[in-house]
Structures are given as structure tokens and as C-alpha cells.
Write a protein that binds this ligand. Structure first.
Ligand code: ADP
Ligand code: TYD
Length: 213
């Protein structure tokens, strides 16, 4: 899916569960809207009606009813629908799309936690999705603190958040490794007050949108 015509900007938030991605994605959307930009705030898995249906299947029920490969196909199917119906049309209309998680989550969660699927994740992405974020905020923080936040959250889906500390530490390293390999990443220290993090994120986003690099 190669974008055509005028293109907005595609910003993503990544990080382990409870690191503050949703909070920061919401804040940034508000800040950019207040600055007069047309913003679509969305999330994965989900972000379009069909993808939200797949989200419910993925995040509820016995996680072992699918193999790692089947799960990867479902995340990819949800993403394809999300890109077709929500992300691509918004980008083509020149909007700023802010997405809470995208393919980097698949690279880390499906790529390294449930088997050695990293190569398959990238191959499927190239074949079925084809777009990357222009700018990715990695909200980085200690898994112990993040896990404490995630488990006190009232709406936490059980499917993924019972992962435990050791796995969250592996995921954190996986994200940091991705960030070292691609220029689009900005690593943000997430163990600070939300306002402080938000100020950094907003400054970086404004400067990127003014002069995309
Ligand atoms: P994520 O989307 O990464 O899982 P959330 O934004 O949902 O994280 O945040 C998880 C929990 O932590 C929520 O209860 C949220 O209100 C709280 N939270 C978010 N950012 C901060 C922060 N900087 N400091 C303290 N608590 C936070
Ligand atoms: P999310 O609702 O973003 O959880 P949180 O707000 O706690 O970060 O995502 C739900 C879960 O789905 C989360 O544990 C990460 C997982 N996930 C994957 O395993 N692969 C993916 O490609 C995506 C987008 C999410």
C-alpha cells in the first residue's frame, strides 16, 4: 500500500504495557489540535470497526487457542483493515495520524516472545502493510513500575497483561533494540510526571512536523 497524493504525517507511540503510551498519545492529539492541526487519534490492535472485532478476539479468551503464527496473522489482518480504512485515507487527506502501537509492537511481541517469528513479521509486513511511521515515540521505563500501573488500571484486558516482569523486561530490550536501528525513533524517559513527558513529546512533534527529517 504505497501512499499517493498529498500526505500528512504518521506518528506512533510504542512501549511496554503501562508505560503511558495511551496517555501521551491523547495528550499529543489535544496539543496538535489546539495548534490547529487536523488529527486522527487511533490505536492497535483496532482502530477501524473490523480491526476492533479482531482486537476482541485477540485480547479476550484463552491465549493458547491459537498458535503464535495464527496470532501473528490476526494482528496483521487487523492492521491491514486499519491501514486501509483509517490510516491511509487520513494520511492522503493530509492529516496527522497518531497511533497507539503499530508494527513495532508486532516485531517485539510476536517477533521475540512467542517463538522466533521476527523474519516472518517483517516479511508479512512488507507483503501486506508496507508503511512505517514517520516518527515513533518509544516511551521507555522500568517494567516493574510500568507493570504496577498496568495492573491497577480498571480496563486492563487480561490477555496480554498477565505477562509478568521477566517478559516485560525482554520486551523493553526489544523496543530499545529497534530504536537503535531506525532513525524515526525518539526514546522518551517514561518514569516522570505525565506533564513533563508530554512537554518533551509535544516539542519533538512540533519540530518534526515543521521540518520533517
Ligand atoms: P499504556 O497505554 O502504555 O498501557 P497508559 O497511558 O494507559 O499506558 O497508562 C497506564 C496507567 O498509568 C494509567 O492508569 C495512567 O493514568 C497512568 N499513567 C500514565 N502516565 C503516567 C505517568 N507519567 N505517571 C504516572 N502514572 C501515569
Ligand atoms: P494495548 O491495548 O495497547 O495495551 P496497553 O495499553 O496495555 O499497552 O495492547 C494490547 C496488547 O496487545 C498489549 O499487551 C500488546 C499486544 N500487542 C501485540 O502483542 N502485538 C501487536 O502487534 C500489538 C499492536 C499489540
Amino acid at each position: 500500500m504505497v501512499p499517493t497524493g498529498p500526505r500528512g504525517a504518521f506518528l506512533t507511540f510504542e512501549g511496554i504495557d503501562g508505560s503511558g503510551k495511551s496517555t501521551q498519545a491523547r495528550r499529543l492529539a489535544e496539543e496538535l489540535r489546539a495548534a490547529g492541526r487536523d488529527v486522527v487519534l487511533t490505536r492497535e490492535p483496532g482502530g477501524s470497526p473490523g480491526a476492533e472485532e479482531i482486537r476482541n478476539l485477540l485480547l479476550n479468551g484463552d491465549p493458547d487457542r491459537w498458535s503464535a503464527e495464527t496470532e501473528l496473522l490476526m494482528f496483521t489482518a487487523a492492521r491491514r483493515d486499519h491501514v486501509e480504512r483509517t490510516i491511509q485515507p487520513a494520511l492522503e487527506a493530509g492529516k496527522v495520524v497518531i497511533c497507539d502501537r503499530f508494527v513495532d509492537s508486532t516485531r517485539v511481541y510476536q517477533g521475540i516472545t512467542r517463538g522466533a517469528l521476527r523474519g516472518t513479521v517483517d516479511a508479512l509486513h512488507a507483503m501486506m502493510i508496507g508503511i512505517e511511521a514517520d516518527l515513533t515515540f518509544l516511551i521507555d521505563m522500568d517494567p516493574e513500575a510500568a507493570l504496577a500501573r498496568a495492573t491497577t488500571r480498571p480496563d486492563a484486558e487480561e490477555r496480554f497483561e498477565s505477562f509478568g516482569l521477566e517478559l516485560q523486561a525482554t520486551l523493553r530490550e526489544g523496543f530499545l533494540d529497534l530504536a537503535r536501528r531506525a532513525r524515526r525513533f525518539r526514546v522518551i524517559d517514561g518514569a516522570r510526571p505525565a506533564e513533563e513527558i508530554g512537554a518533551d513529546v509535544t516539542r519533538i512533534a512540533h519540530s518534526f512536523l515543521e521540518t520533517p527529517a
